[in-house]
Structure formats: C-alpha cells, structure tokens
Design a protein around this ligand. Sequence first.
Ligand code: HEC
Ligand code: HEC
Ligand code: HEC
Ligand code: HEC
Ligand code: HEC
Ligand code: HEC
Ligand code: HEC
Ligand code: HEC
Ligand code: HEC
Length: 406
Amino acid sequence: MKTPLVFLLLAVATLTAHAQTVPPAGPAAITASSGRCGVCHPAERVQFEKSRHAPEGVRCVSCHGGNDRSLDAGAAHGAGFRGRPARQDIPALCATCHSDEGRMRPYNLPVDQYALYQTSGHGQRLARGDRQVAVCSDCHGAHEILAPHDPASSVNQLNIPQTCGRCHGSRAMPGAREHQDVLKKYQSSVHARALFEQGNLRAPTCVSCHGVHGANPPNVGDVDKVCGQCHTAERRYYTSGGHAVARGGRRPECASCHEAHGVQAARPERLASSCAVCHAGDARRLDLGRRLWTEYRTAAAEVDKAAALVAKADAIPIQTEDYHARIEEAHTYLREALPAAHSVQPEVVAGFTTRARAVGEEVQKELEGKFANLRQHRYVLIAFWFYVLLTLFVLKRFRDQAARNR
Ligand code: HEC
Ligand code: HEC
Ligand code: HEC
Ligand code: HEC
Ligand code: HEC
Ligand code: HEC
Ligand code: HEC
Ligand code: HEC
Ligand code: HEC
C-alpha cells in the first residue's frame, strides 16, 4: 500500500521538476513568426518579436529551418534544421531574401547589399577565410534587426560609429590590427563634435566616407571626391591649384593635411606653418605659405578692429545697424578666403581678403569720423554750459551788488 503512494509522489515531483525546466507554453510564447521554437528559446523570441522581420512573414524557420509546430526538440531540430549559421554563410543567408527583387520590391528596398558586400574589404577578406571581418549580423544583429531610421537600430546614423567601433576601436582587433584605433580618432574630430554635440546631421559618420555595404578606404586619388561631397568649395579650389596635379606620382590629398579620422577645426595660422611638413627647405613654397597667411591675417586684423569700434559705438549708443551688416559681409569674405587658400595661390586668396580688408577699413574710417564729431559735439556742449554758468554767476554777482547798493 505504501509503495504505490511513494511512486505517485515521485511521479508528481518529477512532473513539477520537468515543468520548471520547460518554460510555460502560454499564448504569449507561441506566435505566428516564432511558432513553438520560442517556447524553448524565449530570449531570441523576445528580441525577434520587436524586429522589422517578425511582422513581415519572416519566421525562425526562414533562417534556421526545422519544424516550428513541434515542442519536441528532436522533431523541432529535425529535417532541414540548419542550427546556428556559420559566420561565412550569413551574408548568403540574408541575401536569399534581400537580393530577391520580387521579395523586396513591395518595400521599395534596394537589393544590392550582398553584391556590394562582396566588393568590400570585409567581403573580400571573408571570401579568403578571414572570420573576424564584419558579416551582416555584426552590424544589424541577428534577431533584433530594425530599420536604419529607428533610433534604437544599431545602424541608425547616431549609432554607426559605435557599431563599427566594436571592431575598429582600441584593442578590439587582435594581433597586428590593434593599432588601428579609428573610433577614438573619429570621436576626437570636428565631425563627431558637430554630429553629437551640435546635432548637425550633415556631419559624416564612418559610412559617409566609406560607403555602407561596400565599405572600403577611398582609393588614392579619390579622397578629394569623398570630402568634396560636402566641402564643395574647398574641392573646387584644390582642383584648380598646384596640389591637384600629381608630380612623380605624388600629390597631397585632403587627408594628407587634415587626417582622415582626426579632422580638427580650422586654425588659419596653419596656412603658413603647415607647409614645412612637406616642403621644408623649399624657400619659394614656404614663402607662398607665408603670403597666404599674411593676406588672411592682415584682413582679419582690420575686420577685428572694425568690429571692436562697432561694439564701442553700440555702447554709446550710436546708430549701428548698418555697420553690423557690413561686419557680417566682411566675415563672409574672410570665410571664403580659407577655401580659396586650397588653390595655394595668394592672388586667389587676395580676391577675398582685399574686399574684407576694404570693408573693415571703411567701417573704421566712418566710425572714427563719427567719434571725432561726437568729441567735437562734446567740446561745444562743455563750452556752452560753461558760458551759461558763467553768465548766471555774473548775473548773480550783479544782483547781489545791486541789492547791497540798495
Ligand atoms: C523543446 C525545446 C526546444 C524547441 C521546441 C526548439 N529548440 Fe532549439 N534548442 C533547444 C536546446 C535545449 C538547445 C541547446 C542544445 C543544443 O545545442 O542542442 C537548442 C539549440 C538551438 C540552436 C543552436 C544550435 C547550435 O548550432 O548551436 C538553434 C539555432 C535552435 N535551437 C533553433 C531552434 C529553432 C529554429 C526551433 C524551432 C524550429 C527550435 N530551436 C525549437 C531546445 C529547443
Ligand atoms: C533573419 C534570420 C534569422 C531569424 C529569422 C532567426 N534567427 Fe536565430 N540566428 C540567426 C543568426 C545569423 C544567428 C547566429 C548569430 C551569430 O553568430 O552571431 C542565429 C543564432 C541563433 C541561436 C543561437 C544563439 C547562440 O547564442 O548560440 C538560436 C538559439 C536562435 N538563433 C534561435 C532563433 C529563434 C528561436 C528564432 C525565432 C524566434 C530565430 N532564431 C530567428 C538568424 C536568424
Ligand atoms: C525570409 C526572408 C528574409 C531573410 C532571410 C532576411 N530578411 Fe531582412 N527583411 C525581410 C523583409 C520581408 C523585410 C521587411 C522590409 C521592410 O519592412 O522594409 C526585411 C527587413 C530588413 C531590414 C530593415 C530594412 C528597412 O529599411 O526597413 C534589415 C536591416 C534587414 N532586413 C536585414 C537582414 C539581415 C541582416 C538578414 C540576415 C541576418 C536578413 N535581413 C534576412 C526579409 C528577410
Ligand atoms: C559593416 C556593417 C554592415 C554590414 C556588414 C552590413 N550592413 Fe546593412 N546596413 C549597414 C548600415 C550602416 C546601414 C544603414 C545605411 C543608411 O542609413 O543609409 C545598413 C542598411 C541596410 C538595409 C536597409 C537599406 C535601406 O535602404 O533601408 C538592409 C536591407 C541591409 N542593410 C541589409 C544587409 C545585408 C543583407 C547585409 C549582408 C549581406 C548587410 N546589410 C551587411 C551596415 C552594414
Ligand atoms: C565584426 C568586426 C567588424 C565590424 C563590426 C566592422 N568591421 Fe571593418 N573590418 C574588420 C576587420 C577584421 C577588417 C580587416 C582589417 C585588417 O585586416 O587590417 C576590417 C576592415 C575594414 C576596412 C578596410 C578594408 C581594406 O580593404 O583595407 C574598412 C574601410 C572598414 N573595415 C570599415 C568598417 C565600417 C565603416 C564599419 C561599420 C559600418 C565596420 N568596418 C565594421 C572588422 C569589422
Ligand atoms: C571624413 C571621412 C571619414 C570618416 C568619417 C571615416 N573615415 Fe575611415 N578612412 C577615411 C580615409 C580617407 C581613409 C584612407 C586612409 C587615410 O588616408 O588615412 C580611411 C581609412 C580607414 C580604414 C583603413 C585602415 C586605416 O587606418 O588606414 C578603416 C578600417 C577605416 N577608415 C574605418 C573607419 C571607421 C570605423 C570610421 C568610423 C568610426 C571611419 N573610418 C570614419 C575617411 C573617413
Ligand atoms: C596642402 C594641405 C591641404 C590640403 C591638401 C587640403 N587642405 Fe584643407 N586646409 C589646409 C589649411 C592649412 C587650412 C586652414 C587652416 C586649418 O584648417 O587649420 C585648411 C582649411 C580647411 C577647411 C576649413 C576652412 C574652410 O575652408 O572653411 C576645410 C573644411 C578644409 N580645409 C577641407 C579640405 C578638403 C575637403 C580638402 C580636399 C579637397 C582639403 N582641405 C585639402 C590645408 C590643406
Ligand atoms: C557628409 C558630409 C561631410 C564629409 C563627407 C566631410 N565633411 Fe568635413 N565637415 C562636415 C560638417 C557638417 C562640418 C562641420 C561644419 C561646421 O560646424 O561649421 C565639417 C567640418 C570640417 C572641418 C572644420 C571646418 C572648420 O571651419 O573648422 C574640416 C577641416 C573638415 N570638415 C575636413 C574634412 C575632410 C578632410 C574630409 C574628408 C576626409 C571631410 N571633411 C568630409 C561635413 C563633411
Ligand atoms: C602633405 C604634404 C604637403 C603639404 C602640407 C603641402 N604640400 Fe605643397 N606639394 C606637396 C606635393 C607632394 C606636391 C607635388 C610634388 C612636388 O611638386 O613637390 C606639392 C606641390 C606644391 C605646389 C605646386 C608646384 C609648384 O611649385 O607650382 C605648390 C605651389 C605648393 N605645393 C605649395 C604649398 C604650400 C604653400 C603649402 C602650405 C600651405 C603646401 N604646399 C603644403 C605636398 C605638400
């Protein structure tokens, strides 16, 4: 009588223990896209349900194969089951749909990612057996894939540097690749500050200069085109000048003088000081650099002096609206002088600095005139009051005398 009871208790105990290892198969665990796979793989299911894929008919079995109607691991992982895709197979796996024109047309999505990927530094190395390069799921995730415009997406504009930086940051790559701390340099750049501190969405991230799926370093000779997407004026002057002509196969490109990743804000004195980096001992070219800087510096000094006078006039106050507009005009000429310096021709720079200087000098002259008038005005006023007080004083003396005489 005792033995069956013990067996019964044991059976109940095993059943409850079993119920704890297999997660409950409630309606939330079984969904159209994950079927019964999600019962045993809740972490993947939860990530997947938030993705762009889940509502669009993509299912666990689309990528992994197997049978999602079975709760038996053997059957679920049965015929056609591919398991965890190997890294080298992932691009082709994603491409089964993303290179399929018919499948992507309704969404108006391009179908070129896989083709571009194969041309990229990543894709070419993967084909040669390098498993450390990025595959689709390193940048997009495997289950939590979102559209790029979603702020939570790993490939959203603001998250791209960190996504690439997981591998292109310090010590992220083993061995000889370690020194390439591209992320840190980028983060220190004027570009990253414009994007992250000033919210300037026109500033570049990694993919603006490298391409998205075809990521490659720009070829020698192409850097000016890459930077010129945004810095059109600098490129125009650069192309028109001596630096764009290769001599003996050598010519400086934008990144030779600015760096590719650590681009810093403009310091105009570099117009003179930076030439010696490549032309040390070449008196003619060093002199050209000094002339570029002198043109800029003297014009900037005149504009600064004029601006200081306008500020002084504001404090008095004198009517200065027109002068503010002219100082702004002078600054515009000065701003155009820096792109023009990329021609390495002082005459081209002078085209702008002469105008800036002229406006600065004019404003100074006119305001000096007004200040002189004002001083004259003041002397006349002082003389006038002196005369009035003197007259009052004399009148009072006369009255007092008259009173005493009476
Ligand atoms: C009854 C529970 C159960 C079900 C149902 C189930 N799995 Fe699994 N699955 C497991 C367990 C446990 C492991 C880990 C042990 C192993 O590697 O076999 C696993 C491992 C995996 C792996 C990793 C294999 C590897 O190569 O590392 C993948 C991928 C996977 N399952 C996908 C699926 C998919 C897709 C489905 C639905 C078609 C599914 N599973 C259904 C229990 C289940
Ligand atoms: C768009 C294709 C795709 C879909 C859909 C997909 N997976 Fe995966 N899954 C992958 C890839 C790719 C990997 C390998 C990730 C890696 O190596 O970084 C993976 C890995 C896994 C692993 C192994 C995780 C590990 O850490 O070893 C499991 C388990 C798994 N998936 C389960 C699921 C389940 C369950 C679903 C449905 C809810 C699902 N997957 C839907 C592509 C997919
Ligand atoms: C079974 C087909 C299929 C497979 C396999 C597949 N996708 Fe998709 N993918 C889709 C569909 C359908 C959409 C929905 C398109 C949409 O909503 O714009 C989509 C959307 C996306 C999006 C969002 C695009 C956007 O701008 O909305 C990305 C990113 C993406 N997939 C990446 C991947 C990656 C990475 C893989 C491989 C790990 C992969 N896909 C595998 C079918 C698939
Ligand atoms: C090195 C990182 C990286 C790799 C590898 C990568 N992608 Fe992308 N992908 C991105 C970035 C970044 C974007 C967002 C681009 C943008 O905003 O213009 C993107 C966008 C997309 C989109 C949306 C396109 C659109 O116009 O909306 C799809 C679909 C996509 N990728 C699929 C894939 C597939 C498939 C693979 C593998 C063959 C892959 N990606 C490999 C980084 C990557
Ligand atoms: C999973 C890690 C990983 C991620 C994520 C990654 N890369 Fe890479 N990338 C590599 C590896 C590894 C190399 C090869 C480096 C080498 O051999 O020196 C490489 C090489 C490159 C190269 C040079 C190619 C050449 O031919 O010299 C560029 C450019 C590049 N990656 C850009 C990017 C960009 C942009 C992103 C983000 C959108 C990114 N990578 C994300 C691992 C990654
Ligand atoms: C403003 C344009 C620009 C941006 C932004 C940019 N790169 Fe580059 N990158 C270049 C240029 C140009 C080169 C060519 C090498 C050179 O001239 O120094 C390069 C080279 C590379 C290389 C080749 C290895 C090397 O150091 O020479 C890798 C890898 C790379 N970039 C990754 C990245 C990553 C990751 C990001 C984002 C964190 C990024 N780049 C942002 C322009 C850019
Ligand atoms: C021979 C060296 C050199 C080359 C080549 C060069 N620059 Fe410059 N660049 C300078 C100097 C010097 C300045 C002035 C001060 C500074 O930036 O520190 C400057 C200033 C700038 C500025 C900030 C001032 C402004 O114009 O608004 C930008 C932007 C710029 N360069 C972009 C480029 C681009 C894009 C290219 C390639 C088409 C390029 N540079 C090629 C040396 C160079
Ligand atoms: C996608 C557009 C884009 C690309 C590509 C780009 N830049 Fe910029 N750059 C910007 C923006 C936006 C700023 C910030 C302008 C500001 O805040 O005044 C900037 C600022 C600069 C500055 C500082 C200007 C100043 O007045 O202080 C320099 C120098 C510069 N970039 C050089 C480069 C070089 C060199 C390249 C190529 C290797 C490059 N940029 C590629 C958009 C771009
Ligand atoms: C990153 C290196 C580098 C920097 C910095 C640099 N140059 Fe050059 N420059 C070159 C190269 C390379 C050539 C073409 C080969 C040659 O003629 O020596 C060249 C050619 C020239 C030429 C055209 C040939 C001629 O004499 O007509 C002029 C002018 C010139 N540089 C002036 C300057 C001035 C001025 C500066 C400073 C603003 C400067 N360079 C900064 C590398 C540089």
